[in-house]
Design a protein around this ligand. Structure first.
Ligand code: CDP
Length: 210
């Protein structure tokens, strides 16, 4: 079974996708890490994340080992990731890795922004996870404080709005809800409750296909 989980920053997509992968015993890929690893590579070589040549070169060097770096989850890398992610050559360089992961025997769970639309348009089940911007900013702020980052809630909210609009507004593979995606608003839900809703959607979709 191939499950595509998409949605904006801090919508809960990563947590839900990880829980689903455990529940259904499927391998899981957080595709955001690929863009974050690409961004980290660009910054480490002293280049600008919007520089197409530098970003494409860094994307080609991303491998599994690059996805484990602690710094990847920082706010700075998140912002730079959304810049490299707008560059078509970067997205193309990272596409094979994602498709190969998705096509393994038995299926997989992938989360990102364009999984249901571009990477796995034929996924068995697609979820679009969302929540109000204020709620997402509160969640991300808490995560960043726990990581030891010194950042205000207002800054997080401003970065979130900027990233949402860049991700949704880029012409190539924008963040977009697939027309056949199931919607899940996590705004008022605990992690467990959101996972339960997602699991019921997937079980119902599986029952329908069998
Ligand atoms: O966890 P969070 O939602 O903050 O972000 P992420 O999933 O780690 O993704 C970081 C950035 O990578 C996003 O803002 C997007 O610009 C980009 N991204 C993308 O364009 N396509 C994906 N499939 C995954 C991430």
């Amino acid at each position: 079974m191939l499950i595509a989980v998409d949605g904006p920053l801090a919508s809960g997509k990563g947590t839900i996708a990880k829980h689903l992968a455990n529940w259904y015993h499927l391998p899981y890929l957080d595709t955001g890490l690929l863009y974050r690893a690409c961004a980290l590579g660009v910054l480490q070589s002293g280049e600008d994340p919007s520089d197409e040549v530098a970003a494409a070169k860094s994307a080609k060097a991303v491998d599994r080992a690059a996805l484990d770096h602690f710094q990847l989850r920082s706010a700075r890398i998140g912002a730079a990731a959304s810049k490299v992610a707008a560059i078509p050559a970067v997205r193309n360089a990272l596409m094979d890795y994602q498709r190969r992961f998705a096509e393994q025997d038995g299926g997989a769970v992938l989360d990102g922004r364009d999984i249901g639309t571009v990477i796995c348009p034929k996924a068995d089940v697609k979820l679009w996870i969302y929540a109000p911007a204020e709620v997402r900013a509160t969640r991300r702020h808490k995560e960043l404080l726990e990581r030891g980052e010194d950042i205000s809630k207002d800054e997080v909210l401003a970065q979130l709005r900027e990233r949402d609009s860049r991700d949704a507004g880029r012409p190539y593979a924008p963040m977009l809800r697939a027309v056949d995606a199931h919607l899940l608003n996590t705004g008022d839900l605990s992690i467990d409750a959101a996972f339960e809703v997602a699991r019921r959607i997937i079980d119902a979709a599986q029952a329908e296909h069998s």
